[in-house]
Write a protein that binds this ligand. Structure first.
Ligand SMILES: *Cc1c(COP(=O)(O)O)cnc(C)c1O
Length: 520
């Protein structure tokens, strides 16, 4: 084990050092305290000067004059700009540091993508523009559709779903449409324990009964358990591959064959496609429907960092049941945009309807295509290789300190999974995550997947350098050492964040969404 062990933890760190002394302003050098907008604003103080109303001037509002103060915070322009800039500096961002969130794939978004997405011909198109004026944008969608079909070995693709979970719903509705078309009212979707949480939610939302399939001790789908549950009531399975334990489902082809034999369809959650892109084509594994999170595989960190997009690739069997607009391969291999007018021509049923009003997330399409074309075939393959290499580097650098439940199941894919088994006293994953904030890192995904106690899911992604991984590992090792040693002080972490421990349950259950001036 030659992992870096330059633990930054100093056991003799005094409480005073941790708490720091109080400054008069509450600011700590560049870390500025910032009150709420309502606390600093004043209705008399705004960014614009309006002339006073002339004495005795008659109102033209016909009795609708405001009778009380409007209650908006008034701020000058510089005050407003500073307020939001200060708040933004208290936020963590991918452009600030490594984002180890497992399952989220928060990786660097090349600036080239942004440059392309901001070109006026793409950024300013309006969905209601006459088709003849947006040929270039449609060409981008078609070109991207072509590459998605090519990379997955599938038959067609619905480009319009706007996120991973939206794509899941689209795929499951396609399966339902195909079953209905053959008069087959199946009611059950099987979802293994190792699936992402959105999978059972999607199946339930689409009206299916959801049944669990257990995982094997090595963290993969139990093929025998799955086979024994298949039958005429099973519409299909939803399998996350690579799964949430960070492992590749090696039995995927056998699973698909068994499900098809029993008359069902195979949905694959392909949100983690960045771990296998250029290496494995899901079409070769018998998958019928799979969403791809463009915002994970083809860059663009999402959430606070940008929008999502979840195109769904479909097999030949499901393609006629895809939503419109749909992009499909013809016999000569060229992809075509299918709409109501030309559905017949492409053997499309047009039975499904639409997932969204228009074509989807144009900005994401341009970014994803820029990412694909700038990497090329060899570069995309390297994306998968580096994502997997980086995750394994973290797994092997930590396994002597953190319990790694599936470390013996072979190399992991793009994320490394740990548990809290070796923590001292009553310290938890939560405490470790809070201590990691003091070290300047956004915590990893916690308590997911559910199959591991106190789970910590770390995904470094392929865009981190070895130097940045080493620094993260050093920080993670230091907090893991403290957790093993039962360092009680972790229970109060974070010490250096703008806010300490919040009542997260209360915040989720009873959010205060509007400012009230009680007491004034
Ligand atoms: C992120 C993710 C999803 C959900 O994608 P959203 O775009 O957040 O809706 C589904 N499955 C897996 C495996 C994921 O990692």
């Amino acid at each position: 084990m030659n992992a870096p062990n330059k633990s930054g933890w100093k056991p003799e760190m005094t409480p005073e050092r941790r708490e720091g002394y109080q400054t008069a302003t509450g600011n700590r050098a560049l870390m500025l305290e910032e009150p709420l907008l309502f606390e600093i604003g004043h209705p008399e103080k705004t960014g614009v000067d309006l002339p006073d109303i002339e004495e005795g001037a008659s109102s033209r509002l016909g009795g609708f004059e405001r009778s009380e103060a409007i209650g908006l915070p008034g701020l000058t322009e510089p005050e407003t700009v500073r307020h939001y800039t200060r708040l933004s500096r208290q936020n963590y961002a991918i452009d600030l540091g490594l984002f180890p969130l497992g399952s989220c794939t928060m990786k660097h978004n090349p600036r080239l993508n942004e440059k392309v997405a901001r070109m006026p011909g793409f950024a300013d198109v309006h969905p209601l523009q006459p088709t003849g004026t947006v040929r270039g944008a449609l060409e981008v969608i078609n070109e991207l559709a072509h590459w998605l079909i090519e990379l997955t070995g599938m038959h067609g693709v619905a480009m319009s779903p706007k996120a991973g979970a939206h794509g899941e719903l689209c795929g499951i509705l396609c399966i339902r449409a195909a079953l209905e078309a053959r008069g087959d009212a199946r009611e059950v979707i099987l979802v293994p324990e190792s699936a992402h949480g959105t999978n059972p939610a999607t199946a339930a939302f689409a009206g299916y009964k959801v049944e669990d399939i257990p995982a094997t001790p090595e963290g993969r789908v139990d093929l025998e358990a799955l086979k024994s549950r298949l039958g005429p009531d099973v519409a299909g399975v939803m399998i996350t591959n690579p799964n949430t334990c960070g492992l590749f489902e090696r039995d995927m082809k056998a699973i698909s064959d068994a499900v098809h034999e029993a008359g069902g369809f195979v949905y694959c959650d392909g949100a983690n496609f960045n771990a296998i892109v250029g290496k494995v084509r899901p079409g070769d594994l018998g998958v019928d429907a799979m969403h791809i999170n463009l915002h994970k595989t083809f860059s663009t960190p999402h959430g606070g960092g940008g929008p999502g997009s979840g195109p769904v690739v479909l097999s030949e069997a499901l393609s006629p049941f895809g939503p419109l607009p749909f992009t499909a391969r013809t016999e000569d291999g060229v992809v075509h945009l299918v709409e109501e007018e030309n559905a017949d021509e492409f053997g499309h049923t047009a039975a499904f309807g639409r997932m969204t009003a228009f074509h989807g997330q144009m900005g994401m399409f341009t970014r994803a295509l820029a990412y694909i074309l700038s990497h090329g075939a060899d570069g995309l393959k390297q994306v998968a290789e580096d994502a997997v290499l980086n995750a394994n580097y973290i797994l092997r650098s930590m396994e002597d300190l953190l319990h790694a439940p599936f470390a013996d199941s072979g190399p992991c894919m793009h994320e490394a999974l740990f548990g809290d088994k070796d923590f001292g006293d009553d310290l938890s994953t939560f405490d470790l995550a809070k201590a990691l904030i003091d070290e300047g890192y956004h915590p990893m995904t916690m308590y997911f997947p559910l199959v591991v106690h106190g789970a910590m899911l770390v995904e470094p992604t392929e865009t981190e350098s070895k130097a940045s991984l080493d620094q993260f590992i050093m920080a993670l090792r230091s907090v893991a050492e403290r957790a093993r040693a039962g360092d009680e002080s972790m229970k109060q972490a974070p010490y250096f964040a703008p806010r300490r421990r919040l009542d997260e349950t209360q915040a989720a259950r009873k959010p205060v969404l509007s400012w009230t001036t009680t007491g004034e």
